[in-house]
Design a protein around this ligand. Structure first.
Ligand SMILES: Cc1cc2nc3c(=O)[nH]c(=O)nc-3n(C[C@H](O)[C@H](O)[C@H](O)COP(=O)(O)OP(=O)(O)OC[C@H]3O[C@@H](n4cnc5c(N)ncnc54)[C@H](O)[C@@H]3O)c2cc1C
Length: 732
């Protein structure tokens, strides 16, 4: 240090920064969204990121594509909130995040700034984060009131003395089916990955494997699913290593082994691979990342530890503040060197994340978002994808605004202001499962709504939006039967066959959930599907059955397809059979039993006479489709535009801000206008052209009016307006 000070111009002095209301550490999606949300809530905020770019695993150094909810309900717009401002191709995340951050007046960004410790004000309260500018060597002390750990490693919490876990809980701890029988809470995580890019060349390119590379002389040297491929794409996640080491402390060992594997794979592809033959000749290794993408390290313990059961049962926490829907996607710790499948994914459902899993139980002024939240190893399999992490970030950043406003801790927000936090998140475009807008400041909630026209019900059939699988192999769905008489099982089938399709449906009893092999056949029933139909097909079994797991399987049948539920209900499984082997897959074929067996199944019901697209839907509290119910006003597509929807307030209201949420980005109006009825005439407030957003927040001249009209001038025929909010924000 003395020499560095004398000759390197690096001072040992620690420069005080702040004080900040919020200090966020880690600039992945979770940290960046936390910092932006905090600044927008009026907090003076610092964001520390130890790399030269923002984005974490989605940044230009690592290039993992952010994913989130994949349950794809009909008309599902995807995640809302800050993510909608930056969603796009993976190569641009770092740049888009930087622009987003630079546009926040109260947010100071510190790139290349590595947090390396904390100072405590009291045993369970952080006073400051100590950090180092890795370029200049300048040391900093970031003083703050509330701290948010988005390092992915839980470093801030660990330094502050918070309880944490690193590894897999034993099954006995929470009874999770995805937990190993014997846990390994010091190691046993998912590993890290380095990505690489190849490039096609005009002429052959020679490659000599370096002697430090791993040696794979035969194709049999690769475990299943790990053989090199020439395309630059998703398969590279299988180059995974380090889950049986310490992904935090052994980071460099892990990076070096990954480099050895990649160079060894490339040597195999170029010089030893009979499968690729000469296909690899005209390819060169164009880029290899040197920054390891991490999947898992330490998890801080909050007031609640979310488990696999919360995902499987879709627990609707009263303090839910964000959601996900990736499926529990767990990789074996040995990664590339594991002889089994590279990953197993189950439980693909929309699930909620409680606020109590986003703050430390031990450190009073510490919240967390991203990989280091309070979840078990199994639950992390579902919460770890980046858009899901980003939503948590927005939730804690917003919560820090309530900490400042009410001079309280995160736990204080949970105890006293959780509804305010939830309502603020909804107002800012986030979705919270089954939680409606009840914002008392939203003037639209008391309005009655009319429209120039309404789309008839037959323009929308949620079942048409189901993903379908052709019966090009035998396919099966398994469910638990509580015992008693089973009248029938129905499957949602479509037939494109020229004539009636006849198939034999089988019911089998399985030994355990997911075990399709060696089952006992219980019954077989022939069914006929009329040509061109797309509907529930009831298969009458009429049997008295013991409690247990049963599956319905349908044989390979030309022209017939089976719809999949948009989510995977608990205690179900799906599989297909090629040859004699059944292979279990994530997801669930659409089925229902008669009697129902108590499963709440997620296919949107058909509506009968109730209108899908009533104008009143724009103030029904939901700003998006839910389980296939559109929650929108849609004008009659048979009538020409313009079409309008109008809010009539119980008495004149004063407002200056209008929020409009369309059905989705694709089903949004591009040109529209707002006008107000005041003093016996319509006055134009604003007009928008070339809109490409799902959600628009429009500032209008302060107005006192009895009615507000939204006129749609240009839009796709399926356009819908899900929500209109009206506020008096008292613009500066
Ligand atoms: C190969 C691979 C494939 C994956 N596939 C997908 C996928 O397809 N889609 C998906 O969404 N997710 C995927 N994941 C998971 C996902 O990338 C991570 O779980 C996710 O990045 C977690 O987000 P985060 O913001 O918590 O952490 P990160 O993205 O890791 O961000 C944390 C940031 O904090 C910085 N940081 C850490 N410590 C400090 C410190 N002391 N001081 C300052 N800064 C610090 C880090 O440098 C990093 O930039 C994959 C992961 C890997 C490795």
């Amino acid at each position: 240090a003395v020499l560095r000070e004398r000759y390197g111009g690096v001072s040992r002095e620690i420069r005080d920064m702040g004080p900040y209301d919020t200090v966020v550490v880690g600039g992945g999606l979770a940290g960046t969204f936390a910092a932006v949300a905090s600044a927008r809530m009026g907090c003076r905020t610092a964001l520390l990121q130890n790399r030269p770019v923002l984005g974490g695993n989605a940044g230009t150094e690592i290039l993992v594509n952010p994913e989130g909810d994949t349950t794809r309900e009909p008309l599902d717009p995807g995640e809302g909130g800050i993510i909608e401002e930056v969603r796009g191709d993976v190569f641009g995340y770092s740049e888009r995040l930087l622009k987003l951050v630079q546009n926040q007046p109260r947010l100071d960004l510190f790139l290349n700034t590595h947090a390396k410790g904390v100072e405590l004000a009291e045993p369970n309260k952080i006073k400051a984060v100590l950090a180092l500018d890795v370029n200049s060597g300048q040391r900093y002390r970031f003083l703050g009131t509330t701290f948010i750990d988005c390092t992915g490693d839980g470093s801030i919490g660990v330094w502050a003395g918070a309880e944490y876990r690193h590894g897999r809980e034993p099954r006995s701890m929470y009874g999770e089916t995805r937990a190993p029988e014997v846990g390994d809470l010091n190691k046993g995580t998912m590993g890290g990955t380095l990505r690489y890019a190849t490039e096609q060349t005009a002429s052959p390119v020679k490659f000599v494997g370096p002697d430090w590379a791993r040696h794979f002389p035969t194709c049999g040297d690769f475990n299943p699913g790990r053989h090199p491929q020439l395309r630059f794409g998703g398969w590279q996640w299988v180059i995974e290593y380090g889950g049986d080491l310490d992904t935090y402390k052994d980071a460099e060992v892990i990076r070096d082994e990954l480099l050895r594997i990649i160079w060894g794979m490339w040597d195999h592809a170029k010089n030893h691979c009979p499968q690729l033959g000469d296909q690899a000749d005209n390819f060169k290794l164009a880029w290899v990342s040197h920054v390891v993408g991490k999947r898992e390290s330490r998890r801080l313990i909050g007031d609640y530890v979310m488990t696999e059961h919360d995902i499987a049962n879709r627990t609707l926490f009263p303090d839910r503040v964000s959601y996900g829907g990736w499926g529990i996607d767990i990789h074996p710790p040995k990664g590339f060197y594991d002889p089994g499948p590279p990953a197993i994914t189950t439980h693909r459902v929309k699930f909620s994340v409680p606020f109590r899993s986003l703050y430390s139980k031990d450190v009073d002024n510490l919240m967390m978002a991203g990989r280091c939240i309070s979840v078990t190893h199994a639950a992390l399999g579902a919460t770890r994808v980046m858009i899901t992490c980003g939503l948590q970030g927005q939730a804690v950043g917003t919560a820090s605004g309530f900490c400042k406003l009410h001079q309280t801790t995160p736990r204080g927000v949970y105890q006293r202001y959780i509804q305010d936090l939830q309502q603020q998140l909804l107002k800012d475009g986030c979705y919270i499962i089954d939680l409606p807008n009840q914002d008392p400041r939203d003037l639209a909630l008391g309005a009655s709504v009319t429209a120039s026209s309404v789309a008839p019900n037959d323009v929308y059939q949620p079942s048409a939006a189901l993903t379908r699988h052709n019966l090009d192999v035998d396919r099966a769905v398994m469910f638990r039967w509580k015992g008693g008489r089973l009248e029938s099982v129905a499957a949602h089938l479509e037939s494109q066959a020229a004539g009636p399709a006849v198939l034999e449906a089988h019911l089998c009893r399985a030994k355990a959930l997911g075990e399709f092999q060696n089952a006992e056949q219980v019954a077989a029933v022939k069914v006929t599907i009329p040509p061109g139909s797309r509907d529930w097909v009831s298969i009458p079994f009429e049997l008295q059955l013991e409690p247990g797991y049963y599956y319905l399987w349908l044989p390979k049948t030309a022209g017939v397809s089976w719809g999949l539920f948009s989510v995977e209900p608990s205690e179900t499984a799906r599989a297909y059979r090629s040859g004699a082997e059944w292979t279990r897959m994530p997801g669930c074929y659409a089925f229902k039993t008669e009697p129902s067996g108590g499963q709440a199944l997620p296919l949107a019901e058909e509506r009968g006479d109730q209108p899908w697209f009533s104008p009143q839907n724009v103030v029904d509290g939901f700003a998006r489709a839910v389980r296939g119910v559109p929650h929108s006003w849609r004008p009659d597509p048979a009538q020409d535009l313009p079409q309008w929807v109008e809010l009539k307030f119980p008495s004149p209201v004063e407002f200056d801000t209008v929020h409009i949420s369309f059905q989705s980005r694709q089903l949004a109006a591009s040109d529209f206008s707002l006008s107000a009825w005041a003093d016996g005439q319509w006055r134009s407030l604003t007009r928008v052209a070339d809109n490409a957003q799902r959600r628009c927040v429009l500032t209008v001249p302060a107005t006192r009016a009895e009615r507000l009209r939204l006129t749609i001038e240009k839009a796709p025929p399926e356009m819908g307006v899900c929500e209109i909010r009206v506020y008096r924000e008292e613009q500066p």
